[in-house]
Design a binder for this molecule. Sequence first.
Ligand SMILES: *[C@@H]1O[C@H](CO)[C@@H](O)[C@H](O)[C@H]1NC(C)=O
Ligand SMILES: *[C@@H]1O[C@H](CO)[C@@H](O)[C@H](O)[C@H]1NC(C)=O
Ligand SMILES: *[C@@H]1O[C@H](CO)[C@@H](O)[C@H](O)[C@H]1NC(C)=O
Ligand SMILES: *[C@@H]1O[C@H](CO)[C@@H](O)[C@H](O)[C@H]1NC(C)=O
Ligand SMILES: *[C@@H]1O[C@H](CO)[C@@H](O)[C@H](O)[C@H]1NC(C)=O
Ligand SMILES: *[C@@H]1O[C@H](CO)[C@@H](O)[C@H](O)[C@H]1NC(C)=O
Ligand SMILES: *[C@@H]1O[C@H](CO)[C@@H](O)[C@H](O)[C@H]1NC(C)=O
Ligand SMILES: *[C@@H]1O[C@H](CO)[C@@H](O)[C@H](O)[C@H]1NC(C)=O
Length: 419
Amino acid sequence: MARGGKEEGEKHIGLLKLAQTLSFLLIFMAGIIIGLAASSHIDRYFNSLPRMFSSSTHLQTIPFSTTPDYSNCTVIHRDCTGNDENDENDDDGGGGGGVKAEKPKVRDCWSIDGFVRPENLTHVMTDDELFWRASMVPVKEEYPYERVPKVAFLFLTRGPLPMLPLWEKFFKGNEKYLSVYVHTPPGYDMNVSRDSPFYDRQIPSQKVEWGSPLLTDAEKRLLANALLDFSNERFVLLSESCVPVYNFSTVYSYLINSAYSFVDSYDEPTRYGRGRYSRKMLPDIKLHHWRKGSQWFEVNRKIAIYIISDSKYYSLFKQFCRPACYPDEHYIPTFLNMFHGSMNANRSVTWVDWSIGGPHPATYAAANITEEFLQSIRKNETDCLYNDEPTSLCFLFARKFSPSALAPLMNLSSTVMGF
Ligand SMILES: *[C@@H]1O[C@H](CO)[C@@H](O)[C@H](O)[C@H]1NC(C)=O
Ligand SMILES: *[C@@H]1O[C@H](CO)[C@@H](O)[C@H](O)[C@H]1NC(C)=O
Ligand SMILES: *[C@@H]1O[C@H](CO)[C@@H](O)[C@H](O)[C@H]1NC(C)=O
Ligand SMILES: *[C@@H]1O[C@H](CO)[C@@H](O)[C@H](O)[C@H]1NC(C)=O
Ligand SMILES: *[C@@H]1O[C@H](CO)[C@@H](O)[C@H](O)[C@H]1NC(C)=O
Ligand SMILES: *[C@@H]1O[C@H](CO)[C@@H](O)[C@H](O)[C@H]1NC(C)=O
Ligand SMILES: *[C@@H]1O[C@H](CO)[C@@H](O)[C@H](O)[C@H]1NC(C)=O
Ligand SMILES: *[C@@H]1O[C@H](CO)[C@@H](O)[C@H](O)[C@H]1NC(C)=O
């Protein structure tokens, strides 16, 4: 008994010592951690203060970081291109030339400018990374900068943009209200002059196959890149054969003031519509959800974010919408019908002529371009609603135009289309 008791006592003392040692160790380690945390806070805090603090003895042991390496930064401060307006103003200030040469180029990854409006579209994000980042929505309602809502023009091209001079004419003087994004085949270099709104506006692009999900991937990639600029409010998808048929101010106010987005979305009870639905999409997508529509959409910021954020329904389309089902004609129309129908006008603002029949719409060349033809697109008697009111102004853009149509369109743009 006694022996047992003694053993018990020794065990207790042993445990007590162990506990003491452990708690000592614990306090010691906590001390180290607190110390480290505090010093790193100090480090961070004082690094952001002017150098005058560096003489303090307490801080002398903390190494100051040398010039930060921003070479891998994808968010670049606006004057890193060297052709910033402010630089020019400095020059105007007189005798600034020498000073400007010495002025270090600022590459501030954390400036609000760079965050809300990435100047340089080059980045190395994967689609997953890009879509996630583009899905960010600010909770705070007021913006800490003067936000002028912009229309993002998203060009999905197979290479050259033959209508470029017409678009440049259309955009001229309205640069503050628009942004341009171009998805080309990878490696394709759009050769445009530095003062063009198309200059340096190619997004990191990937291969596209018409009719395959790669096409819808490219549409989402355009949307996501444009979403990174928080000023972009409306997003129009266009091809190289599209042209504007009204002037910029008309297009801008039509889109910015619209209560609805313009995505073609209708139920077609034929083999070209419902016939492309696959029962393998059950139970998530039912036949009565299924819609068809032109891929050339116009959406607002909210819907753009919903589209790039969806993986559940998109992956069903990728798996089960295979030729003769084309995701670009069904995914967005069906997805919006299922969840955001009340925000959609269910019609397109891009005019197209299917009257010739067959799988492709009519293409208009130089010989077809007349004032009467353009007016018939601009004031089409087709009934359409704008903010629930009937209007004759239904179409802002038109397709398809061959490169030869450029010259007569340029000729008629000021007299007929107002730009
Ligand atoms: C920049 O990226 C390259 C290649 O990805 C890498 O080797 C280098 O360490 C990076 N530099 C910095 C400062 O992060
Ligand atoms: C954008 O960044 C890329 C890669 O960092 C660079 O090659 C290009 O010159 C930059 N463009 C501008 C306008 O700064
Ligand atoms: C780009 O265009 C300019 C002027 O039109 C021309 O001189 C130049 O050779 C072109 N560059 C390329 C790579 O095509
Ligand atoms: C644009 O066109 C409309 C008529 O369609 C006209 O009233 C307006 O003045 C034009 N705006 C500009 C800036 O030319
Ligand atoms: C568009 O269709 C949806 C159904 O998907 C409907 O709820 C909505 O009211 C329609 N929009 C308009 C403007 O009629
Ligand atoms: C365009 O003009 C040509 C030549 O006049 C004509 O043959 C063709 O049918 C016209 N195309 C359309 C779509 O009207
Ligand atoms: C409206 O457009 C259609 C083609 O979408 C065309 O057939 C029709 O003639 C146009 N209406 C008018 C009044 O121009
Ligand atoms: C431009 O318009 C004028 C007169 O309207 C016409 O004589 C000329 O042939 C047109 N040019 C082109 C390239 O269509």
